[in-house]
Write a protein that binds this ligand. Structure first.
Ligand SMILES: Nc1ncnc2c1ncn2[C@@H]1O[C@H](COP(=O)(O)OP(=O)(O)O)[C@@H](O)[C@H]1O
Ligand SMILES: [Mg+2]
Length: 277
């Protein structure tokens, strides 16, 4: 496996407040990394360091072995898709203009290529073509989120950063978006860093889960291992929460596949529905 992103002894401070200290992490190409932890633990900070929206106070970040500080920052950001919670669409631009913003910058001379990219990504994220001419205010929260994802993907980046992207939508839309994102991930082989404060979402989506607490990495492991071998007390408590959702006793924890859907399935089969704790 090839390493795509590497944090080396990274420190990030805001004034006197140390958000990340001696942060070390290797991410392999093609992983879907979910980053989970309580509010204020440094998730957003870690993500923004990858596309240089923040600069480390010490240490460095490498992408494919190259220090990102030595790269052209604009070029870097165009190669990394970034989707965040809520509407960050340009309100005065139509859906089509929003999605084609970065591709237009990249293929200045090839409008046809951009148009094709817009059509392709709208289809993939489940937006009907007739929505192209609408403005963000004319879309539901879930549709805006889809446009945000299409926009982040339209330049075919190798890395996709997502910061609580489904936080502001209802449960049903969220489940749909999760499924779509998993499909996109499988189709494209893109490397995803996905921040969430929801352990179920982290375990469901991630091929690897990074559990953080107060700027420190508690564990970085596949979902199954987080559940079966929590590395710290903090992770154990988190995985207990998930176990309660699964409603499975200790010895059947292995059946609790990381996906919530699989949990529901295992729980029904095991007849543990009344075991509400
Ligand atoms: N611009 C800022 N100025 C001062 N403190 C900040 C700033 N951004 C984040 N912090 C602090 O750094 C810590 C980590 O923040 P953040 O990475 O946003 O956490 P998370 O995304 O996990 O909620 C928090 O304690 C937060 O209050
Ligand atoms: Mg955050």
């Amino acid at each position: 496996m090839q390493t795509i992103i590497e944090f080396q002894h990274v420190q990030k401070r805001y004034g006197d407040k140390v958000a990340l200290d001696d942060f070390n992490l290797l991410i392999e190409k093609g992983e879907f990394v979910t980053i989970v932890g309580s509010s204020g633990c440094g998730k957003t900070t870690a993500l923004k360091l990858v596309n240089s929206l923040l600069v480390p106070d010490a240490g460095k970040i490498l992408i494919k072995g190259e220090d990102i500080r030595e790269k052209d920052q604009t070029q870097l950001r165009r190669k990394i898709g970034y989707a965040i919670q809520g509407s960050v669409l340009f309100p005065h631009m139509t859906v089509e203009q929003n999605i084609s913003y970065v591709p237009n910058l990249l293929n200045r001379k090839n409008r046809q290529k951009t148009r094709e990219a817009v059509d392709k990504w709208m289809k993939i994220v489940g937006l009907e073509a007739e929505m192209k001419e609408r403005y963000p205010a004319q879309l539901s929260g879930g549709q805006q989120q889809r446009v945000g994802i299409a926009r982040a993907l339209a330049a075919s980046p190798e890395i996709l950063l997502m910061d609580e992207p489904f936080g502001a939508v209802d449960e049903i839309t969220r489940a749909q978006l999760q499924t779509e994102l998993q499909r996109i991930y499988r189709q494209t082989g893109i490397t995803v860093l996905f921040v969430t404060h929801d352990i179920s979402e982290a375990l469901k989506l991630g091929t690897k889960v990074l559990v953080m607490d107060r700027g420190e990495i508690q564990q970085y492991a596949p979902p199954q291992e987080i559940l079966s071998h929590p590395a710290t007390e903090f992770v154990r408590k988190l995985s207990e929460q998930q176990r309660r959702i699964c409603r499975l006793p200790e010895e059947r924890l292995r059946d609790c596949e990381y996906s919530t859907a699989a949990c529901a399935h295992a729980s029904l089969e095991g007849g543990n529905r009344d075991d509400t704790q």
